[in-house]
Design a protein. Sequence first.
Length: 741
Amino acid sequence: MKRLLITLLAAFALLPALAQDDVESRVEELIFRMTLDDKIGQLHQIDGRTDLGKVCDMIRKGQISSIMNIVDAAVIDSLQRIALEESPAGIPILFSRDIVHGFKTILPIPLGQAASFDDALIRSAARNTALEATEIGIKWAFAPMMDIARDPRWGRIAEGFGEDPYLASRLAVSVVEGYQGEDLSDELSMAACAKHFVAYGAAEGGRDYNTTYVPLRSLYDTYFPPFKACVDAGVASFMSSFNDNDGVPATGNKWLLSEVLREDWGFQGMVVSDWGSVGGLIPHGVAGDKKEAAKICLEAGCDMDMMSYSYLNHLKELIAEGSVSMQTLDEAVRRVLRLKVRLGLLEKPYTRKASESVIYSEAVLETACRLAEESSVLLKNDGVLPIAEEVKTVLVCGPMADAAYDQLGTWALDGDKTHTITPIAAIRRELPSDVKLIYANPLSYPRAQSSDDFKALKKAARKADVIIAFVGEEQMMSGEAHSLSNLHLQGQQSEMLEALASCGKPLVTVIMAGRPLVIGSELELSNAVLYMWHPGTMGGQAAYNLLWGLSNPSGKLPVTFPRNEGQIPIYYNHKHTSHIAKGTEGNLDSVPREKPQSVMGHTSSYLDVAPTPLLPFGFGLSYTTFELSNLRVDNPVISDSEAVVFYVDVKNTGDREGCEVVQAYVGRKTASTTRPMKELKAYERVSLKAGESKTLRLEIPAESLAFCRKDMSWGTEPGNYVLTVGTSSEGGLRSYFKLEK
Ligand code: NOJ
């Protein structure tokens, strides 16, 4: 049979991109010849970071469908050869990896990328990532991660696109398009994986892996949209999440994986479990052993078991007993094979031979640098930035000024820190020769506790015209299983900033972090603050370009910044409530002793902190200024099949070129359910020269106003809508339109 398959593979090699019918007939050809053991093996994924001899034996027995975490092309090809030539069914292995924000060239963390609001740039950076990864044989990436996250304590907030379903949907689709390209069978393409399905970002208390309780309505309104958008964009695979939502672990949730994903949304691709999450049903307490877990998860619609060995070790018995049907097994196998066929693995199972390597190539680095620039958000600037020509002595300090590893952020598995451009490296290389650089690093890393060198630091600061302090979080402070309850700067960093601020010299604070931190006092004592997230390989170059005005900041916050941890969760698109806060609450000193409660006004607020955020979603400054005017709705009455079209004039009112992100929000006064006060429904980046104006045409299709109505049906409701167009989620120009049925 093996020889027959090799002949078949050779014949397929001559074929161009595959039509759906071809895919199906190839899958059927394969499945027809497979034994039960071959089939079960196709549902098993392992970690390759183990005894390779053992892996080879398993491949020879046909027990491995996909291997994660091998990133050596020669090893990949040698294992592939064993699969093709020595395994019973000769089916190629699918090599996979967590390629979440760049492969070798590390891009800003996804949360940072989201601040760019630049779909096209994200798409092309993701394409570069696919080029780098396929060069060494990776054909399946576990990304994009699109979990809506409204809790910055959760370490994995770094991996997604923030708090807003619309922004996350658009950007997740950009990554899918970049990874998968126009054609999945293109040698340069790799399969994307929409993860983690679903509600994983709503972990109670922000503690990773914790239980979630997101009711059906919020699933539809808030957590599903990015996943649905990726299905519509043709994402090849899904990953189920670790969490149980409302009592049902996602990996064993038939309603979720079969009814919603496949029946309602029409997803044709493959679902993989998260690491061990099939077996995870046991600690969740809904399966007694792995056999039971295998049955529940396979029947729920989870096709591939990542690392729990439940399918490999128990499906045969379950089939023999008749407690899992052959049909259920075959369907899962078909979905796995379909992906392999669509990827062109049957024709070209081996690593492509790149004529010229793109890894760390100039073009790839340049895109990464642009993305790091566009991801950076200017939070404050009293005019000290960009650094003026008159500045002749600069003090650069802080633990993130030369943190080659840390600035790469979480999931930088393959990023080689020797390629990282740190801020100090870029500044040393680029600084004009007539500017004196003093570099001091009193804190060896962000958590360092010693303030011994602060005295010397202050002495140096007094000699400088400008101080630039790079602070933030180590790579280890965010990401999977790295949640925090205290979101202030770690170690002595705040004290260092205080010491610097006391020197009477302009202080520029640059923050590199995996999440929004609580930075109210740092914002106050700095003259300027630039938030760069973890900006990746080119972060230092991007910092130099921005600080010295070679490029102009344009990033906008993809997530709300809280004043303190007690405000969490806080997000802009919260609902109308019956006791809306006035915004002036939160002054503990004004709370009287022994007065009737009504003095406080009965609003939804805290006594000790304002109900408003420190910085709102969508906020971000530039070195220039912009003015929006003349918002006009072209068709103020629309039907369900139309889009509301509107125009707005944007003017660059400053004296340098810059880019603004114009954001359009929609809200309603009344609906059949309570609704968010406003929701982002359109945005556009616009680049303008000094003094230049442009008229933007934006549109919002009526269907994007659909929501989970009172009767739980999905659709729009007729009525009046408020349109707000601005440069953040606060303020802006207002207009109205009406949806008629
Ligand atoms: C667990 C993580 O939750 C998931 O995102 C990742 O893709 C897998 N491990 C594989 O490494």
